[in-house]
Write a protein that binds this ligand. Structure first.
Ligand code: C2E
Ligand code: MG
Ligand code: MG
Length: 289
């Protein structure tokens, strides 16, 4: 990314002064961008999968695909490179790779008798791309994954950036037979009116509220409201970041639908999923409320 693009990305019509710190930041982004392209060519990206459990049925219903980068210098987590991929446009080929790989893996598991829903994260820029629905259609057709197994996760801030466009795209995704989940729900400023017009099949309660369940009255009230809101619009609520039995029990008491978190399983490579599913089942059996 050039300095001009950097300035535009940080607000049109504003004057940016190029300090040494800013220069270092831009140089670092340019370096990471070049490495991202290289990483894609060399096949350095992998997906890990975190099981999602159905709290009332006490079973694993799906997984969320989470990208990792096997960089020559060591494993890199998404927060360290997704923002650069978004700012530079690398997110489009990278996101297409994630989607294709996740759909293929989901179809492979289905063939082996492991019927799992597959949740894939999309960034705001991907949702804004004119080809996004076609890309999803192609990934589904190419892999053989049933469309109703695919969940497209979009963060709340992306939904708000261009609410009308997001609503149209999400409706088209739903038209393919896939479902849309609003990720990190509660961290943006969703208007209730958007929610009413939005075809979301799930709201994911952000893990910072789940962390305070049973500890802070505010957090418990917020999680209860997200669950109530989800149900009111005919959607389900998925709690993220469940780490303790107390949080799990609180979610069951609040009538939360699905949950994921380290209590059940960390994100793991594809080949470890059968074992992770067993681990989830034993947590669900051992700590049933
Ligand atoms: P997210 O979609 O909200 O994913 C949940 C994050 O919480 C993941 O971090 C997951 O590893 C972590 N997590 C799960 N359970 C627990 C828990 O019990 N405790 C704690 N402390 N953390 C837990 P990760 O994998 O580092 O991903 C971070 C974010 O990066 C994701 O947040 C998502 O927004 C983004 N991301 C990941 N993969 C992709 C991708 O393929 N494409 C795009 N566009 N974004 C991605
Ligand atoms: Mg997610
Ligand atoms: Mg989230």
């Amino acid at each position: 990314m050039t300095f001009v693009y950097y300035a535009k990305n940080h607000g049109r019509g504003l004057t940016r002064l190029f300090t040494d710190e800013l220069r270092k930041d831009v140089t670092n982004r340019m370096l990471v961008e070049a490495e991202l392209w290289q990483g894609l060519q060399r096949g350095e990206f992998v997906l890990h999968y975190q099981p999602v459990v159905d709290l009332s049925a006490g079973t694993v219903v799906g997984v969320e695909a989470l990208i990792r980068w096997n960089h020559p210098d060591g494993l890199r987590m998404p927060d360290s490179f997704i923002p650069v991929a978004e700012a530079t446009g690398v997110i489009h080929p990278l996101g297409a790779w994630v989607l294709t790989e996740a759909c293929r893996q989901g179809a492979r598991w289905a063939q082996q008798g492991l019927d799992l829903q597959m949740a894939v994260n999309f960034s705001a820029r991907q949702i804004g791309h004119p080809d996004v629905v076609e890309t999803i259609k192609t990934a589904l057709a190419g892999s053989g994954l049933a469309a109703d197994r695919l969940w497209v996760e979009i963060t709340e801030s992306a939904v708000l950036e261009d609410a009308e466009l997001a609503r149209i795209v999400c409706n088209r995704i739903r038209g393919l037979g896939a479902s849309v989940a609003i990720d990190d729900f509660g961290t943006g400023y969703s208007s209730l009116l958007y929610l009413k017009r939005y075809p979301a099949a799930a709201l994911k309660a952000d893990r910072q509220f789940v962390a305070g369940l049973g500890l802070h009255h505010d957090d418990s009230a917020i999680v209860a409201s997200v669950i109530g809101l989800a149900h009111a619009i005919g959607a389900i609520c998925i709690a993220e970041g469940v780490e303790t039995t107390a949080q799990y029990q609180a979610l069951v008491a609040l009538d939360c639908d699905y949950a994921q978190g380290y209590l059940f399983s960390r994100p793991v490579p594809a080949q470890e999923i059968p074992r992770a599913v067993e681990q989830c089942n034993s947590v669900l059996a051992g700590t049933s409320c």
